[in-house]
Design a binder for this molecule. Structure first.
Ligand code: F6R
Length: 244
């Protein structure tokens, strides 16, 4: 793991976003893995800004998002699909047919999991995967559990995740289930760009970087991936014992 600590979220967004932009410039048909939530917003702003300046085209890029809520229409304002459209996809020239999501409303979840795994294989595997982290150490929606997961599956969200994300739901109750990529699928990404900001992530970051590799902190598995670049702000890095 290579760890970089920055002062501002904007600087992190530039550094993380540059990895995606440079990769797409060199490999226009690359497959990118994206996350939702507050953390990736500055990264997506940087990517959209580079497109607006004419510095990169995303017309050949394929995208795979990590997760999507169950029991929520795809077009609902709180779906991860809508989040990605608003924060990145509508701002760049990615082709709609190259955008891939798990279907949180698929009637047969194991068929949906197989479909997604096959789509990733057909795209040549994920080249660069963005990851954030939950306060409980989750990556995607792989919550602390008794074992590491494999392919995509339907997950019951924990109280910690529901508490963190229900602030975004003002008209309906936050869904209790989601479809998420599993740890096995995430670990097959060739490169991982990990970002955490804010003091609320410090404990999870410490467990991820310095703790035992355990499914009790799903992010700790990243210690065993050979290409992980970690971007932190000072608050998120405060448990690591490095001088700030
Ligand atoms: C969302 C996802 C989650 C988030 C995590 C942090 O697609 O994969 O693991 O990255 O819950 O969310 P924020 O960035 O809102 O703190």
């Amino acid at each position: 793991m290579q760890i970089f600590i920055y002062d501002t979220e904007k600087e992190i967004g530039q550094a993380a976003g540059k990895i995606f932009v440079d990769h797409v410039k060199a490999n226009p048909n690359a497959a990118m893995g994206f996350a939702t939530g507050m953390t990736p917003v500055p990264t997506y702003d940087y990517m959209a800004g580079e497109y607006e300046k004419g510095n990169v085209s995303f017309a050949g890029m394929k995208t795979f998002n990590l997760d999507e809520y169950c029991d929520l229409p795809r077009e609902h304002k709180n779906s991860f699909y809508t989040f990605m459209m608003d924060n990145l996809f509508s701002r760049i020239d990615v082709k709609p047919e190259n955008i891939n999501f798990l279907d949180g409303n698929a009637p047969d979840q194991s068929a949906e999991s197989e479909r997604y795994a096959q789509a990733i294989i057909d795209a040549g595997g994920i080249d660069v995967q963005f990851l954030g982290i939950g306060r409980n150490g989750h990556i995607a929606f792989n919550e602390p559990a008794g074992g590491f997961t494999g392919e995509a599956f339907k997950v019951k969200l924990t109280d910690s995740t529901i508490e963190a994300n229900s602030i975004y739901f003002d008209d309906i109750a936050m869904p209790r289930y989601a479809m998420t990529m599993g740890i096995g699928s995430i670990m097959r990404a060739k490169k991982i760009v990990f970002v955490a900001t804010g003091a609320s992530k410090a404990e999870a970051v410490k467990a991820m970087v310095q703790g035992e590799v355990t499914p009790e902190c799903p992010a700790s598995i990243l210690q065993t991936h050979d290409d992980v670049t970690v971007f932190l702000d000072r608050a998120a890095s405060q448990g690591l014992g490095v001088r700030n």
